[in-house]
Design a protein around this ligand. Structure first.
Ligand SMILES: C[S@@+](CC[C@H](N)C(=O)[O-])C[C@H]1O[C@@H](n2cnc3c(N)ncnc32)[C@H](O)[C@@H]1O
Length: 302
């Protein structure tokens, strides 16, 4: 028997996470931003309940003894192994869309997704937008959200990593999008046929100093998905040198750079991108039109 109730249990788990040193600045950010949300995910998933359950309504639901044991086992793993909850549960959501995840691919959290879903990107799209590329697709999340948002779009999704592409394939199957999204193994743009009317890219961009300070949860993700060299711009520089040639006339490139805006501007002072507003502010995702990319080509070699 247990006299435990759902909401107090979530609050107790949040306190346990906090006491274990898991906080907004240390071990969160792979799907949640607060210890309460992280705790709710752990508890609700353990109880087979929807993650968007209305806690105001069902917060006093009793939690049985066996349910409590399941919660404790999962929370113990989260705290002792310091693995991301998404890897422990095998699931993640981005803009409400579910994805299969495992340690072969980074946990989806790109802000590019919300720019598609909230229609910000529509300003640059039109009847001409037929073919898109998700460069560095990881588990396929951006390609899938693009396909769900723009039903007319045919999409190539590329990644250098066969393991990540295997996870992307699982997600395409789950969303029944294999006919509209083609997976390509490619080092950068090399094997992407083009030309594309839209290119989205959430590349590896974490600078070397930040890589050295990553919390354990982030070290559980593939290094290849994160590390962007000394200033974070190594892969991005390669892409910017070539990408104009893969774009159709009115095409745009939507590029995420995380916390590296200053390094981006230092590395590419000749570019004047549009910085787009997301939940994370206005310095994480930028947009460049083809003409500007071709006019400034070639960018300095590295
Ligand atoms: C930050 S993750 C983004 C994954 C996914 N788009 C997302 O937003 O969740 C970067 C991805 O780039 C891939 N990658 C790294 N180097 C690459 C390269 N040279 N060519 C293509 N993909 C690369 C990694 O395997 C990883 O899946």
């Amino acid at each position: 028997m247990s006299d435990q109730r759902l909401l107090p249990l979530i609050e107790a788990v949040a306190a346990q996470l906090q006491a274990a040193g898991i906080s907004q600045s240390n071990g969160l950010g792979q799907g949640t931003q607060t210890t309460f949300d992280e705790a709710a995910w752990l508890v609700l998933w353990s109880l087979d309940m929807a993650l968007d359950s209305d806690l105001d309504r069902i917060g006093q639901r009793p939690v049985s003894g066996p349910e409590l044991s399941r919660v404790r086992a999962l929370v113990d793993r989260r705290v002792t192994e310091r693995l991301p909850t998404a890897y422990l549960t095998g699931q993640a959501w981005l803009c409400g869309v579910p994805f299969v995840v495992d340690k072969r691919a980074i946990i989806p959290r790109s802000f590019i997704a919300e720019l598609m879903v909230d229609a910000t990107l529509d300003l640059w799209l039109g009847d001409h937008t037929r073919r898109a590329l998700d460069l560095c697709t990881g588990n396929g999340s951006l390609a899938i959200i693009a396909a769900l948002t723009y039903p007319e779009l045919q999409i190539d999704a590329c990644d250098i990593c066969p393991d990540a592409l295997a996870v992307a394939r699982l997600n395409l199957q789950m969303h029944e999008l294999e006919a509209r999204v083609q997976l390509i193994q490619s080092d950068g743009l090399r094997d992407c046929p083009g030309p594309y009317d839209l290119i989205v890219c959430n590349p590896p961009y974490v600078n070397a100093a930040s890589m050295a300070r990553l919390p354990p949860e982030f070290r559980a993700e593939p290094v290849l998905a994160l590390a962007g060299g000394e200033d974070g711009m190594e892969f991005i520089a390669r892409v910017l040198q070539q990408v104009g040639r893969y774009m159709s006339e009115k095409s745009v490139l939507l590029l995420e750079v995380g916390h590296e805006r200053a390094n981006f501007e230092k590395a590419f002072p000749q570019l004047s991108p549009v910085w787009l507003e997301t939940r994370a502010g206005s310095d994480q995702v930028l947009l460049l039109e083809r003409d500007q990319l071709l006019a400034t080509d070639p960018l300095p070699a590295r």
